[in-house]
Structure formats: C-alpha cells, structure tokens
Design a protein around this ligand. Structure first.
Ligand SMILES: Nc1ncnc2c1ncn2[C@@H]1O[C@H](COP(=O)(O)OP(=O)(O)OP(=O)(O)O)[C@@H](O)[C@H]1O
Ligand SMILES: [Mg+2]
Length: 240
C-alpha cells in the first residue's frame, strides 16, 4: 500500500502562553485523507495544539509543516488560505446575522468565489436543518444548530484539513450523533480531519487513528481499534 502524502507534520513542538509551556515536545502527523483524533483530559493541551496549528499561540520550538510548507513563518490570518479551517471550542456564530450570512463569512478568504452557491448547497445537504433555517438569525438557533453553523462556516473554505475542537460538547446525544455522522461524510468526501474530543468513545468511533495527550505530552498513539482495546485507555478514558 502506498502511504498518502503527509499533510500535517509536527515535530518537537513546544508552545504555550507567555513564559509557560503547555506543550512539551509534540510529534504528530496527518496524512492526506486521514481522520485523526486527539483525546485527553481537561487542560491536557488539546486546544493548544489546534491553536498552534492555526498560529494563534506562538511556537517556542519545533517544526510545523503543512502540505510541504513551513507553517511557523505564517501569521494566523494567512492560515485559512492555506486550506486549514478551525472550528474553535464553543459555538461562535454571529447571533444577529442569518444562517446564510454566517456561512458566507466563512468564505471570505476563498480564492475562488464562483462555486460558493454549490458549497452552500453541500452544507445544506449535510445539515438539512440549516437549509430550513437559512434566513433565521443564528442567535435564535438551538445549541446543536449553532454548532452546525460553525462547522458549515469552516466548510465554506473547502479546507484540506478541518480542525474540530470538542464539537459535541454540551449537546444532546441525538445531536451529537447527527454531528458525528456529518463528520464521517465530510471525511469520505476527501477532507482530512483533526478532531479533539473529551468524549473518547465517540472520537474513537469516528476517527481512524488517535493520539492520547497527557499534560502536554503524547503518551500513546495508534489506530482507533488499538486505542479502544488498550487497557490504559479503557481504564482512564472509557471507564471500563
Ligand atoms: N490564554 C491562555 N493563557 C494562559 N494559559 C492558558 C490559556 N489558554 C489555556 N491555558 C492553559 O493551558 C493549558 C492547556 O489548555 P488547553 O485549553 O489547551 O487544554 P484542553 O486540553 O483543550 O482542555 P479542555 O478539555 O478543558 O478544553 C491549561 O493549563 C490552561 O489553563
Ligand atoms: Mg480545549
């Protein structure tokens, strides 16, 4: 089997806030077309890894490469145009704008605008509820629907890599399931995904490979099947 090309390559990454390092030498890679998850407890540094990729936290040392290019020389505002879309923790929609206008904002850095109507149609196929509510103000949507808007807005970029930070946090189980079905579809459409989740069972269900992060260090990695059979993962994260 020919391995797909490396899309994201992180080596020895140290990063944090101010003088304090939160990540103590992270090695992580994603091949083109992979669906990878990062699992770990509160404050392990999961969001910080995604923020480092998006250049929202400075790198203290190590290398960050995306599609062959050095990410560490790029500013955060240049990252979307490279093909990386980040859905941060929490549901950041513009409450006083319609669903449709929120989605259009996601496309503001898109290089070609000609296929934006098609992109929006694909998002409505993925999340039919958003089509029904396209003119509704985003602030009046349910939490799950707002998360769909946040994911849809990221997809308007047509990204190569989608970074998802705890997208199912605080949502009802049925909505979580809908959300995860959508991720599987996005992935099968060819988009690579890096998913951060505290719900380890769910993450290992949808991703094909994963990393376990503990206080800023990767302690385990493997296929989702391997990780879900691992006794340490089962005891610490799956409660088995
Ligand atoms: N803006 C910030 N300034 C200073 N310290 C921060 C900042 N954001 C996060 N930290 C610290 O960095 C560490 C890792 O935070 P991070 O948000 O990456 O964890 P996480 O694994 O995503 O946690 P959670 O599961 O709660 O989202 C924590 O100790 C946190 O207090
Ligand atoms: Mg987090």
């Amino acid at each position: 089997m020919n391995a797909a090309a490396l899309l994201l390559e992180i080596k020895g990454l140290r990063a944090g806030y101010g003088e304090v390092d939160v990540l103590h030498g992270i090695d992580l890679e994603i091949r083109d077309g992979e669906f990878v998850c990062i699992i770990g407890a509160n404050t392990a540094g999961k969001s910080t890894i995604l923020r480092a990729i998006s250049r929202l936290v400075p790198r203290a040392s190590g290398t960050l490469r995306f599609a062959g290019a050095d990410l560490s020389t790029r500013a955060s505002h240049e990252v979307p145009a490279l093909g990386i879309a980040h859905v941060p923790e929490g549901r950041h929609v513009f409450p006083d704008m319609s669903v449709e206008d929120n989605l259009m904002l996601g496309a503001f850095t898109a290089r070609s605008a000609s296929d934006l109507p098609e992109r929006m149609q694909r998002i409505f196929e993925l999340f039919p509820r958003l089509r029904e509510r396209r003119s509704q103000l985003a602030g009046t949507l349910s939490g799950g629907e707002q998360q769909m808007v946040a994911v849809g807005r990221a997809l308007m970029l047509n990204p190569k890599l989608l970074l998802l930070d705890e997208p199912s946090h605080g949502l009802a189980p049925k909505v979580v399931e809908e959300m995860h079905d959508a991720f599987v579809k996005i992935h099968s459409g060819g988009t690579s995904i890096l998913l951060v989740e505290q719900n380890v069972g769910l993450a290992l269900d949808v991703a094909t490979r994963g990393y376990v992060l503990e206080t800023g260090r990767i302690t385990l990695q493997g296929s989702s099947a391997e990780l879900s059979q691992n006794p340490a993962v089962r005891a610490a994260y799956l409660g088995i």
